[in-house]
Ligand binder design. Structure first.
Ligand SMILES: [Zn+2]
Length: 151
């Protein structure tokens, strides 16, 4: 395996990104990703379905957090419409963790990646609020009427 690819995979797995995401982002095989995860964390990765973007942001609090993380992400990854930038996903999520008290954390790194993928596929978008100019996230099939999460 390419040394650089392995290095990127390890970095992502260390941050707790799920093996299925690391497979998509680096092209390493699924068994390899799972083995690396087990090596790094001492436990087998959880398997199971990834959540859909609309199920990640169900409450106002989750919308506020997601809007804020995705605003960071889009600044860090100006080409977010052409592909997910895993480095920017990790950086945006880290800023969110650092800026907010642990008790308020409600969006995980894996969920941040799912939202970044939704932005790329236009399943989600950032809208600028005409009233307060903050950017907020709008997700297809979201459970309540799209509205600014800040106003
Ligand atoms: Zn607003």
């Amino acid at each position: 395996m390419d040394h650089l690819v392995q290095h990127r995979a390890i970095k992502m797995l260390t941050q707790n990104l799920r093996p299925c995401i690391v497979v998509l982002e680096t092209g390493i095989t699924k068994p390899k990703a799972r083995a690396l995860y087990r090596e790094l964390h001492g436990v087998a990765p959880r398997s199971g379905q990834m959540r859909d973007a609309d199920s990640i942001v169900r409450t106002r609090r989750e919308f506020m957090a997601a809007s804020c993380i995705m605003s960071f992400y889009c600044e860090l990854a100006p080409n977010y419409e052409s592909g997910v930038d895993p480095e920017a996903v990790m950086a945006a999520h880290r800023i969110y963790l650092e800026d907010n008290p642990p008790a308020s954390h409600c969006i995980t790194l894996n969920e941040t990646w799912v939202l970044a993928r939704a932005l790329r596929s236009a399943e989600a978008r950032l809208v600028t609020c005409p009233k307060c100019t903050a950017r907020y996230l709008e997700v297809a099939r979201q459970h309540y009427a799209p509205a600014c999460s800040h106003c």
